[in-house]
Design a protein around this ligand. Structure first.
Ligand code: SAM
Length: 345
């Protein structure tokens, strides 16, 4: 990636500025779609730099919009760039960029939440999971309403080694609301330590690269923005299925401010709840009076392993749903006496 003022690895021919493209194609940002554009190419260069060396890389940019980050990616000398954009209004401006970099850009008018990434890149780029990451990168500045569900979906893909991770440990550089960036990287005891911290950090090295102040975007969002880089780990820190880890972590954080046993209890049906909670905490060697945000990764690993053991012994346990139990209890309480029951006198 060339620093501003230096010769870029790949030089785009003269093009209208991003501001001119926005005016030319009347690309008014739609507030309801949380569209906030980055027009400062020094900032888009800085985001793209976080992805690492992109010379000859295959990159997928999600939500390119008017194409600021797209220009920085192309300037980094990539081999191929796949653009996935949901809003049709941006396609003509992206085509203009594509014509300036012949043969390099492939534009998809589609939704990243449903796009099949398994076939997005050439097969020969595949690497073994244990090897260095493939020369494939995902980069995107998406609306926050999309980036959070998307990273959860991609973390599940990391765990199952499918989706974009069928190619190996594909790296991602994505933007989030600043507080979400803090949650993704929070350490034990940290104010932002949450479900997202455990789910991300047990599967990836997560780096909160830098914060972009809201005023750098047009229009200005209410919040600041964090640029976060993810590299999937060779060995997940918790070696259990994604669904199991998610269930344990979600239960623990259900009562964030209470002792952790309060959330862990919700893994078990009412009958035998206390006994089984004590058994789980003892096997996992976790102090029940710790708060959820104080638990370390190895304590979460022990809890997941101990819960897995209990589920193997009693397979009905994993499908137990605490909320459903509460719902059923509520219904039973509000039902009139059923005909088969003895009348109360
Ligand atoms: N990347 C551009 C930039 O930094 O200036 C635009 C950023 S804007 C916050 C988000 C972009 O993502 C918009 O262009 C929007 O249309 C697009 N987008 C929103 N949801 C999407 C989805 N589900 N799939 C693909 N693109 C999406």
């Amino acid at each position: 990636m060339a620093a501003p003022g230096k010769v870029a690895a790949f030089r785009l021919p003269p093009l209208p500025t991003i501001g001119e493209i926005i005016r030319l194609f009347r690309l008014k940002a739609q507030k309801q779609l949380s569209q906030n554009f980055l027009l400062d190419l020094r900032l888009t260069d800085k985001i793209v730099k976080q992805a690492g060396e992109l010379k000859n890389a295959h990159v997928c940019e999600v939500g390119p919009g008017p194409g600021g980050i797209t220009r920085s990616i192309l300037s980094a000398g990539v081999e191929q760039l796949l653009l996935i954009e949901k809003d049709a209004r941006f396609i003509p401006g992206l085509q203009m960029l594509s014509e300036a970099a012949p043969g390099k850009v492939h534009i998809v008018h589609g939704d990243i939440l449903t796009y099949k990434m398994e076939k997005a890149f050439p097969k020969h780029l595949k690497k073994n999971w244990e090897d260095e990451p493939p020369n494939i990168h995902i980069i995107g500045n998406l609306p926050f309403s999309v980036s959070t569900p998307l990273i959860i979906k991609w973390l599940e893909n990391v765990s199952k080694r499918d989706g974009p991770f069928i190619y190996g440990r594909t790296q991602m550089t994505l933007t989030f609301q600043k507080e979400v960036g803090e949650r993704l990287t929070a350490n034990p005891g940290g104010k932002q330590r949450s479900r997202l911290s455990i789910m991300a950090q047990h599967l990836c090295t997560v780096e909160n690269c830098f914060v972009i102040p809201g005023q750098a975007f047009v229009p200005k969002p209410e919040v600041d923005v964090a640029v976060v880089h993810f590299t999937p780990l060779v060995q997940p820190k918790i070696q259990q299925p994604f669904e199991l880890v998610e269930k344990v972590v979600q239960s623990v954080f259900q009562f964030r401010r209470k002792y952790c046993f309060r959330g862990i209890e919700t893994l078990f049906p009412e009958s035998g709840r206390l006994k089984r909670t004590e058994q789980l905490m003892m096997t996992a060697n976790v102090d029940p009076t710790l708060r959820p945000f104080q638990l370390s990764m190895s304590q979460f690993r022990n809890l997941c392993n101990a819960y897995r053991k209990m589920c193997d012994e009693d397979p009905s346990l994993f499908v137990f749903n605490y909320r459903e139990e509460l719902r059923q209890k509520k219904i039973t309480r509000s039902l009139p006496e059923s005909p088969g029951q003895p009348e109360q006198t």
